[in-house]
Design a protein around this ligand. Structure first.
Ligand code: NDP
Ligand code: GDR
Length: 370
């Protein structure tokens, strides 16, 4: 049985990857952070009673800023594969906490690599580093591939640039099987609520059900290459099964504006919207609502721009060229953007129906709009 260690196991990708590896017969160890409230919601369905013997999904407390913790865990676990997914992963928040982001996302990667080396596991343990299309930042060339120059545009991306190169360096210096997956945006119904896709699908559901008046967003012109997280965690695993350690772009090859994502998400709920105005004055209104259960009059304003969501430096256009992964790994996405939006909107409608019921019964429900 192969043994894997996943950092960031409680995040979107950590949860999907855990499921994938357990289905493949791995023993999966995950590192979770201590928090003052529960933070394991995404993996609770995989949880096993800690008093049982022969568990194959095991969680440990840890943190990427704590070297001694990482060394001890890697020594105890002796993993065949490490997936380093832990990160402060919100680009806009990284402008608020740049030092912490550098420490976790940049130096955290070094701590993992160096722990493996220190413990003499260079030849046993394969390492996947969660690199990102944010490395491309300011547009140098499109579509972006493994040979496109990097130009990071946020403290997050600069930290991930360090992580990218330290991974390459440890591979070359110590012969480690350490790889970067340069993954473009990937989403799902369990995407964090403050990333734009989930913020939109959640708001669509809440507006439809009368739980929220409207949605506030920032830059609607930004374009992203959005895929499904399930396809992308499969690529992570394939990268570590390759014959040689290399760096790989994983993307769908299609790009869409935030504005079009909004339109498609409302359409999935049967609500047609139109956009009026430009820049910070832009707004969106209901043009037609096909679902009689949603009391949304034609002309209702459902979206405004809030400049708070503009970033000091923005990444305007991402579109990936995954030809290398398509041909050498045989990786291809199974979901397209419409499948993804459908799944996300329907899941949020289900969740919000529950919230509506609870509210009707006098209970408080989560009500934030970031
Ligand atoms: P999430 O934000 O959903 O998950 C991040 C995980 O990292 C969480 O488990 C979080 O714990 C954990 N974490 C944060 N800080 C620390 C720390 N100091 N020590 C230990 N754990 C920590 O991210 P995703 O699942 O979306 O992404 C996974 C990785 O892939 C990240 O590194 C991200 O930067 C990268 N990436 C993501 C892409 C995407 O589109 N999703 C695209 C390209 C790269 P907690 O739950 O307690 O907050
Ligand atoms: P991104 O994802 O920055 O690409 O990083 P995010 O969903 O946060 O932003 C995508 C684009 O949407 C624009 N935008 C808004 N974004 C947010 N979050 N909230 C808003 O209200 C809003 N309005 C417009 C943004 O300006 C941006 O252009 C994600 C993360 O998962 C990273 O960890 C990962 O590395 C990259 O994807 C690839």
């Amino acid at each position: 049985m192969k043994v894997a260690l996943i950092t960031g196991v409680t995040g979107q990708d950590g949860a999907y990857l855990s499921e994938l590896l357990l289905n493949k017969g791995y023993i999966v160890h995950g590192i979770k952070r201590r928090a003052s409230s529960f933070n394991t919601e995404r993996v609770d369905h995989l949880y096993q009673d800690p008093h049982e013997k022969n568990k194959n999904f095991i969680l440990h407390y840890g943190d990427l800023t704590d070297s001694t913790n990482l060394i001890r865990l890697i020594q105890e676990i002796q993993p065949d594969e490490i997936y380093n997914l832990a990160a402060m992963s919100h680009v806009q928040v990284s402008f608020e906490i740049p030092e912490y982001t550098g420490n976790t996302d940049g130096l955290g990667t070094l701590r993992i690599l160096d722990a493996v080396r220190l413990l003499g596991l260079e030849k046993k343990t394969r390492i996947y580093q969660a690199s990102t299309s944010e490395l491309y930042g300011k547009v140098q060339e499109v579509p972006q591939s493994e040979t496109t120059p990097f130009y990071p545009r946020s403290p997050y991306a600069v930290a991930k640039l360090y992580a990218y190169w330290i991974t390459v360096n440890y591979r070359e210096a110590y012969g480690m099987f350490a790889c970067n997956g340069i993954l473009f945006n990937h989403e799902s119904p369990i995407r964090g609520e403050t990333f734009v896709t989930r913020k939109i699908t959640r708001a669509v559901a809440r507006i439809a059900l009368g739980l929220q008046d409207k949605l506030y967003l920032g830059n609607l012109d930004a374009r992203r290459d959005w895929g499904h997280a399930k396809d992308f965690v499969r690529a992570m695993w394939m990268i570590l099964q390759a014959e040689e350690p290399e760096d790989w772009v994983i993307a769908t090859g299609k790009t869409t504006t935030v504005r079009d994502f909004v339109q498609m998400a409302f359409a999935e709920a049967g609500i047609e919207v139109s956009f009026v105005g430009r820049g910070v004055e832009e707004k969106s209104f209901v043009k037609n609502c096909k679902n009689p259960d949603y009391q949304l009059p034609v002309g209702k304003e459902v979206l405004s721009i809030d400049p708070r969501y503009f970033r000091p430096t923005e990444v305007e256009l991402l579109i990936g060229d995954a030809t290398k992964a398509n041909t050498k790994l045989g990786w291809k996405p199974e979901f397209d953007l419409m499948d993804l939006i459908k799944e996300m909107v329907q899941a949020d409608l289900q969740r919000m129906l529950r919230d509506k019921y609870l509210k009707g019964e006098g209970f408080e429900t989560l009500n934030y709009f970031e």
